[in-house]
Design a protein around this ligand. Structure first.
Ligand code: G1P
Length: 276
């Protein structure tokens, strides 16, 4: 059973400056809900109970968001505005939050390793909140689909999506052979390769299930692309010595780490709200 979900949330969000100068990028709202709340709701939908958040300096708003604001509750109690807080109250009641700080920014692999103290020795999920995912049709959330696969294969799994070959330098890219419809056993993975060096056009998106041996592997992983400790490199090592799967998820995903993706997500959720 996977009960914990890790949220690396220490990054600076430079692409959204000046909005992110004094506000964490994870708190940017799509409509009225911050990105990180969408992520937490996805983890809850996959039956996870503990949200382990790796923060950094200037990220205190995240902790305040997942806490009760007594003053606000008092002000709007019994008024027509009370329902605005229903969703976030449900979130707070349905899980617990724990935090640790990443003191230096040394890459996603390092951020995940910083979370070891909150995770311990069990398999866990990772959500990168700027990849915003929505369910389609009757499919469960991306993480729900991945948990089902984990229960069958008991190994690390990354979510992947087909991208235009010209975009491979923005993602971790995998290659592998298909063992089930849309499920690949990974042979190779490269962090942000040039299109000419990319092993395929299958890109990793910000959803992972990791087995806890990944922590020791990260500790031995040397800095890679951009001089940072990359989770992609650690996962390749895990794949070579065992098995790592890549899953072409069913759902919709927006790259809210870019302004274009963020606007697309906003329009999409706005239309969806209006159809209700
Ligand atoms: C990270 C990972 C990359 C992955 C991406 C998904 O990159 O390093 O492998 O494809 O997330 O969003 P970042 O976007 O943080 O640069």
């Amino acid at each position: 059973m996977i009960k914990k979900c890790l949220f690396p949330a220490a990054g600076y969000g430079t692409r959204f400056l000046p909005a992110t100068k004094a506000m964490p990028k994870e708190m940017l709202p799509v409509l009225t809900k911050p990105l990180i709340q969408y992520g937490v709701e996805e983890a809850i939908s996959a039956n996870m109970e503990t949200m382990a958040i790796v923060t950094g300096r200037g990220k205190r708003a995240i902790e305040d968001h997942f806490d009760i604001s007594y003053e606000l509750e008092h002000q709007i109690k019994g008024t027509s505005k009370e329902h605005y807080l229903t969703e976030i109250r449900d979130v707070i009641e349905n899980c617990t939050f724990s935090y640790t700080r990443q003191v230096e920014m040394k890459g996603l692999g390092h951020a995940i390793l910083t979370g070891e103290t909150l995770i311990g020795n069990e398999a866990f999920a990772v959500i990168l909140a700027d990849d915003l995912c929505d369910n389609i049709g009757s499919e469960g959330s991306v993480l729900t689909q991945m948990v089902e696969l984990y229960n069958k294969y008991k190994c690390s799994i990354v979510a992947i999506e087909e991208i235009p070959k010209s975009d491979t330098n923005k993602y971790g890219v995998i290659s592998g052979h298909e063992i089930e419809d849309g499920l690949y056993k990974i042979d190779d993975m490269v962090e942000k390769p040039d299109p000419k060096d990319a092993p395929s056009n299958l890109a990793i998106i910000g959803r992972y299930i990791l087995t806890p041996d990944i922590f020791d592997i990260i500790k031995k992983t040397k800095p890679g692309k951009g001089g940072e400790i990359q989770i992609t490199d650690a996962l390749l090592e895990q794949a070579k010595n065992g098995m790592v799967l890549a899953y072409k998820f069913k759902g919709k995903r927006f790259d809210c780490g870019s302004v274009n993706g963020f606007v697309e997500a906003t329009n999409y959720f706005f239309e969806k709200e209006n159809l209700k």
